[in-house]
Design a protein around this ligand. Structure first.
Ligand code: KG4
Ligand code: ZN
Length: 369
């Protein structure tokens, strides 16, 4: 049995280059994890004029920044290269150029130090985050809502995750980003939409709530996106432009629709999840960049209160992509006895639940998983 494990986690699957270091040790058979350092270099500014992540720009930025992130995280944590026991790296799903940068970096480090290398599924990293941050016990229900994914997951064990529902078209973060672009906000991101929404009237526009009455927890966002686009086009045509109050009201009304969709679908997901769990009090958590949205977060918290469900949400910096979640998931994989070798390769498409695949729609990053 290991006394303690220091794990390095490398994340570069989308537009954050992030490296984290954690230390995990068993105390009375329980794994206690401590954060030692985290450095995240976001590429938001590089992609801001394009309304989405440009894969070629992302890949180049990852390979330019990954070394400096590594040296900064060593300095921040006071850890030397030799102190690191395992090297964990996201090897999918994600943009292939970014994945290759991260994997090559991790392989180089593993080769020169002789330490084990462990490939981690990015979605598993998100899914296990509440287990690390809030010590949430298995099984728990998780909503993963990000720029590339939207899924309700039953996290039964570290290595047993069942998908209960998923988006059939766009991911919610992608729609937040598009709305920011339609409104020409200072940055094309969900956090900017949230800022504008705070000052807007959420009842001025009535946007659709796709799929909320179906008896499952699949989701759809493309109709909502088109409806916002039509409304914005109409305002621009009528007034020859948009006032700041229009931008704020559209943001607030759009965010309200998102919030209601998540409330309704979370209720359905809880029903499905309760059939899998054996009578114990249900726990619910959030992951992914959209989970950083305070409006959605607090409405799901009060829903859980009403349903007498344990609610937990990771700190904001761990909702978005980060190296700590990869270090943690990699530690779990290592403890289960699996490790990879120099043959580790990127898997741009890598569903979390291979046994539960439905032919769904296509998004900007290919088929939804
Ligand atoms: O999980 P994440 O960091 O990366 C992946 O997509 O895997 O999520 C990024 C997404 C972006 O689309 C971003 O606009 C969205 O999460 N996001 C937000 C907020 N902060 C980030 N969406 C709504 N409200 C926010 N506060
Ligand atoms: Zn992510």
């Amino acid at each position: 049995m290991h006394k303690s494990i220091i794990a390095l986690g490398v994340e570069s699957s989308c537009d954050e280059t992030s490296i984290g270091i954690i230390k995990s040790a068993f105390k009375d058979d329980v794994l206690i994890t401590e954060k030692l350092g985290l450095v995240t270099d976001t590429q938001e500014k590089l992609h801001k004029d394009f309304g989405g992540v440009v894969p070629e720009i992302a890949a180049r930025a990852h390979s330019e920044k990954i070394d400096t992130c590594f040296y900064r995280v060593l300095k921040e944590s006071g850890i030397k290269i030799d102190d690191i026991d395992i090297i964990c790296v996201t090897n999918g799903p994600g943009l292939i150029g970014g994945l290759i940068s991260g994997i090559n970096f991790a392989k180089g480090l593993a080769f020169t130090t002789g330490k084990p290398i462990i490939g981690v599924n990015h979605l598993v990293g998100h899914a296990l985050t509440p287990h690390m941050t809030d010590d949430l016990r298995y099984p728990y229900l998780l909503l993963l809502a990000s720029g590339g994914h939207c899924q309700y997951l039953a996290v039964l064990k570290a290595n047993k995750i069942k998908r209960l529902g998923t988006t059939i078209d766009d991911a919610p973060g992608e729609v937040f980003d598009k709305v920011a672009k339609m409104l020409n906000l200072p940055t094309f991101s969900g956090s900017e939409v949230e800022k504008y929404a705070k000052k807007g009237n959420e009842n001025r526009f009535s946007f659709p709530l796709p799929l909320i009455n179906t008896n499952d927890c699949d989701l759809s966002f493309s109709g909502l996106k088109s409806s916002v686009r039509r409304q914005v086009d109409y305002l621009i045509e009528k007034q020859s432009g948009l006032y700041e109050s229009d931008q704020m009201d559209v943001c607030a009304s759009f965010q309200k629709s998102m919030r209601i969709i998540f409330e309704k679908k979370t209720k359905k997901a809880v029903d499905l999840f309760s059939k899998l769990s054996s009578g114990e009090k249900i726990s619910f958590s959030l992951a992914g960049g959209v989970a950083a949205n305070q409006n959605i977060r607090s409405s799901l918290k009060s829903l859980c209160n009403d349903l007498d469900i344990i609610f937990s949400a990771p700190p904001l910096e761990l909702c978005t992509d980060n190296g700590l979640m990869i270090a943690y998931a990699g530690t779990q994989i290592y403890l289960s006895g699996r490790q990879d070798d120099m043959g580790l390769s990127p898997k741009p498409r890598w569903p979390i639940d291979l046994y539960n695949q439905k032919p769904l729609g296509f998004g900007k990053r290919g088929r939804k998983v």
